[in-house]
Design a protein around this ligand. Structure first.
Ligand code: BG6
Length: 485
């Protein structure tokens, strides 16, 4: 996040799960982009996977195809794959890791690298513990230079497993070596939240219970679970999205101003927010699941009809929660968060809804129904900010209308960097600001684990709508409504 505009130290970037989907769709393009911008001088990538039939040459061909599929031309790629990519097959056992250690040394010697290493675990969650253990036992947790380990989400399935995983990580690595990744933190608008709040006095001075009525955080997806039914059956919306992405957004909105702009100072404030949130009461939570419906005029299947989903599945594809941050700044201000698959459209947004004026000044002319000012921070599909305000419509009769002040990132800047590109560069520059600390991940699980132990009722909603009615009641009972679209 505090990126310097200079190449990172020569290093070896090892991707465990080197032929997987994450590598293909996100890591390879991110690494290539960084390299083409001159950040990765003298850096080498080693893909590690189980496939014993693959060698360096086969891996380079696979990577070239993956990159061209993703919009890069052969001219743009040039000799990058041939010069910078290697492959090593490693099975599940520890002997594979000894060969890996030897291979790493050979590559470092051949390329004249000083021993700086990143191990990126782009693996299914059940492979995290054995991989971390094997890396440690093979002595790959330290080197002549620096060694960093990146762990993808989900970090644990609940509080207990997250603690166990943290313990295991700390048996082999120092916390300063660990980068728990949440790609939402790499999104440009999310980082901008900090600048927006802390570099503009007008907003920070309104950012509290005296001025804010409520906050809504929505991560709506129009896609269903697609080919990920097997994973989603084990996860559901709380594990997949709420415990990590939505919670991260909430902490950045609600945190106090850190004393200094530095990784641990910021992460300390985020943890304090989590500690101030009370575990939601069951009546403040709605779980839903999509049934057959229509999107853009096309019929789409219900969740239980998706591949690898049990016919009677109770996995929640929708979750809405009313949370309270019980501290001086936010006491009494509800934070409504929701996320779901197969809603009407993709939309990720934070809305800060301000209180209405205390006196109904225009009652003689119009019913006293002025709208609240709303600050909307949009992350997807079009990054930007918009502030609504009330104004008099020209002419008679006297009437008040809501208008918007908009800022659209795309109009102001060419292209925004991809989240993974930002985060990979941070890892290589040793900046942990946008990564989740061990106490933070545990504090977040601590909030949601009790819900996962409940047999929650599931409300069904038609695909292509804005979710179950019960979620509307969550706000209507307090005189509020969701801002949709
Ligand atoms: C992932 C979840 O972490 O985030 C997916 O596992 C979800 O289920 C995705 O679709 C959403 O990410 P984005 O960046 O498209 O909002």
């Amino acid at each position: 996040m505090f990126q310097q505009n200079e190449p990172v130290a020569p290093h070896l970037f090892v991707v465990m799960g080197g032929t997987g989907d994450l590598m293909r769709r996100k890591l390879l393009p991110g690494l290539f982009f960084l390299s083409s911008k001159g950040f990765l001088e003298k850096s080498v990538i080693l893909g590690v996977a189980r496939d014993t039939d693959l060698n360096d040459e086969g891996f380079r061909t696979w990577a070239r195809e993956a990159l061209t599929e993703q919009r890069f031309s052969a001219e743009e790629l040039g000799p990058w794959c041939d010069c910078c990519l290697h492959y090593q097959a490693v099975g599940g056992g520890s002997d594979g890791f000894e060969s890996l250690a030897k291979r790493i040394e050979d590559i470092e010697r051949a390329h004249g690298l000083p021993g700086n290493r990143t191990f990126y675990l782009a693996l299914p969650p059940n492979a995290f513990p054995p991989t971390i253990r094997h890396l440690g036992e093979a002595g790959l947790n330290r080197s002549r230079g620096w060694t960093r380990i990146v762990v993808e989400k989900p970090f644990g399935r609940d509080l207990r497993s997250a603690r166990e995983l943290n313990q295991l990580v700390h048996e082999h690595f120092e916390e300063s070596q660990v980068y728990r990744i949440d790609h939402y933190l790499g999104k440009e608008t999310v980082q901008n939240l900090l600048v927006f709040r802390l570099a503009n006095q007008i907003f920070e001075s309104l950012w509290n219970r005296d001025r804010v009525d409520s906050v809504q955080i929505t991560v709506a997806e129009d896609l269903g679970v697609g080919s990920r039914g097997r994973y989603y059956e084990q996860a559901g919306a709380i594990r997949d999205m709420v415990q990590n992405h939505l919670t991260q957004l909430l902490t950045l909105v609600a945190m106090e101003v850190p004393v200094v702009f530095e990784a641990d100072a910021i992460r300390n404030e985020k943890v304090k927010v989590l500690q101030a949130i009370t575990t939601p009461r069951l009546e403040d939570v709605v779980f839903g699941q999509y049934v057959r419906g229509a999107l853009n005029g096309q019929g789409v299947a219900g969740y239980r009809e998706e591949d690898h989903v049990a016919p009677g599945s109770r996995a929640e594809t929708y979750a809405a929660l009313r949370l309270e941050v019980d501290n001086w700044r936010w006491q009494g201000v509800p934070f409504y968060v929701r996320t779901a698959k197969r809603l009407a459209r993709k939309s990720t947004e934070i809305a800060v809804i301000f209180r209405r004026p205390p006196v109904c000044f225009f009652q003689e002319h119009d019913p006293c129904d002025v709208e609240s000012n709303v600050l909307r921070i949009t992350l997807q599909p079009d990054e930007g900010f918009s502030l609504s305000f009330e104004m008099k419509a020209p002419g008679d009769p006297f009437s008040i209308r809501t208008q918007q002040l908009d800022f659209d990132f795309k109009e102001a800047y060419d292209a925004l960097p991809e989240a993974y590109e930002t985060l990979i560069l941070d890892i290589l520059q040793g900046d942990q600001t946008l990564f989740v600390r061990s106490d933070e991940v545990e504090a977040s699980w601590n909030l949601f684990s009790p819900l996962l132990e409940e047999d929650m009722p599931i409300s069904f909603y038609e695909a292509g709508t804005w979710g179950p009615r019960e979620a509307d009641h969550l706000l209507e009972r307090e005189g509020r409504k969701w801002l949709n679209g």
